[in-house]
Structure formats: structure tokens, C-alpha cells
Design a protein around this ligand. Structure first.
Ligand SMILES: Cc1ncc(C[n+]2csc(CCOP(=O)(O)OP(=O)(O)O)c2C)c(N)n1
Length: 186
């Protein structure tokens, strides 16, 4: 864990070169596999979100900027990069780290999710509050293609598109939901 052992907060990720980020991605993947082998949890969705998560932490300034994860079952790398590395083996255990984002756990978790399709509306609400308060930071919603088939996601996009607020929506289009995507929208 040559790279991961030096990451104590998200700002450490901002300092890394592309080569170091690739090394960190390997470490994060190994740590996720080893913890999930012990505790159970979401394996595939987290292994598939490692590079995207590193990219987000490299580009954005957390906790000032806000990452809003849809469902938030894909945040294991995010937890490892935000001061929760040492507790990571307690994932989903009584008294341990939650398997989802949790506001009480970290100031890098601005929204506690669990339900699918919520991120775009939640992020839009945070962006609206930011503008009312006259503050300046970025808000990013990260949503999978499975969750994008839910009605609330469409309501969020409908509202976001007309509001013209500064909001970034990232679609993690890995062509898979809990199992294969179903339905006409996908
Ligand atoms: C309202 C609601 N319905 C169903 C679920 C069950 N569920 C958990 S994850 C998920 C979809 C995961 O697919 P996707 O959003 O594409 O994310 P990925 O795992 O591919 O990154 C669903 C439907 C849920 N969490 N909330």
C-alpha cells in the first residue's frame, strides 16, 4: 500500500502525478477486495468506480466542493481517500463504517443516500442553496445508468436543465444495474 498509506485526506490526491494516481488505483482496488472479502459488500460497482473517484478527488477541492453519489453503494474508494482508511476493515459492521455515504462520518459526505435516483435532485438543491447564500463551490452528482431509469432522476434533470445552475452530472454508464438493466428508458 505504498501510495494509499500516504493518503490522509482528499487534498493529498490533488498533489499526485498521473503515474502516482495509477499506483494509487491499484492500492485502492486491493484494499477494497481485501475488506469486502472479510465483511461482504458491493464489490463490482466499487471496483468499477476507482479511476472515476480518483479523478474527482484530483480535480475537485473537498470538502468545499460537493460530491453527491447516487445510491452511494459505490463510495468505498471515496471513503478510503477521505480519512476513513484506518477504519475501512469495519465496513458494514456494527459500530463501524457505513456501506453508504453518511454525513456524520465525514465532511466529504454532504448527502446520505441509499435509495437510487436521488443524486441529481439532491445536488441541485445544494447548488440552489449555494447560490442563495452567495457562496462559490462546485457541486457534482454521480449517477449510474441503472439509477438513471428512475423517475426522480428525470425530475432532477428536468429541473436542473431549466434552472441553469452551475452543476455537473456524471453518468457512470457501465450498462449494468443490480443485474441487467431493464425497461425502455435504459
Ligand atoms: C429507490 C431504489 N430502488 C432500488 C434500489 C436498489 N438498487 C441498488 S443499486 C441499484 C442500481 C445500481 O445501478 P447503477 O445506478 O447503474 O450503478 P452501478 O452499480 O452500475 O454503479 C438499484 C436499483 C435502490 N437502492 N433504491
Amino acid at each position: 500500500m505504498k501510495y494509499l498509506s500516504k493518503i490522509n485526506s482528499s487534498s493529498d490526491v490533488r498533489e499526485l502525478s498521473l503515474e502516482q494516481l495509477e499506483g494509487l488505483a491499484d492500492d485502492v482496488r486491493q484494499e477494497i477486495i481485501s475488506a469486502v472479502a472479510d465483511t461482504g459488500g458491493h464489490l463490482a460497482t466499487n471496483l468499477g468506480a476507482v479511476e472515476m473517484t480518483l479523478g474527482l478527488h484530483h480535480v475537485f477541492d473537498l470538502p468545499t466542493d460537493k460530491l453527491v453519489w447516487d445510491v452511494s453503494h459505490q463510495v468505498y474508494a471515496h471513503k478510503l481517500l477521505t480519512g476513513r482508511r484506518e477504519q475501512f476493515h469495519t465496513l458494514r459492521q456494527y459500530g463501524g463504517l457505513a456501506g453508504f455515504t453518511k454525513r456524520a462520518e465525514s465532511d466529504c459526505d454532504p448527502y446520505g443516500a441509499g435509495h437510487a435516483s436521488t443524486a441529481i435532485s439532491a445536488a441541485l438543491g445544494i447548488a440552489a442553496a449555494r447560490d442563495l447564500a452567495g457562496r462559490d463551490f462546485k457541486v457534482v452528482a454521480i449517477i449510474g445508468d441503472g439509477s438513471l431509469t428512475g423517475g426522480l432522476a428525470f425530475e432532477g434533470l428536468n429541473n436542473a436543465g431549466t434552472s441553469k445552475k452551475d452543476l455537473l452530472v456524471i453518468l457512470n454508464d457501465n450498462t449494468w444495474s443490480i443485474s441487467k438493466n431493464v425497461g425502455a428508458m435504459s
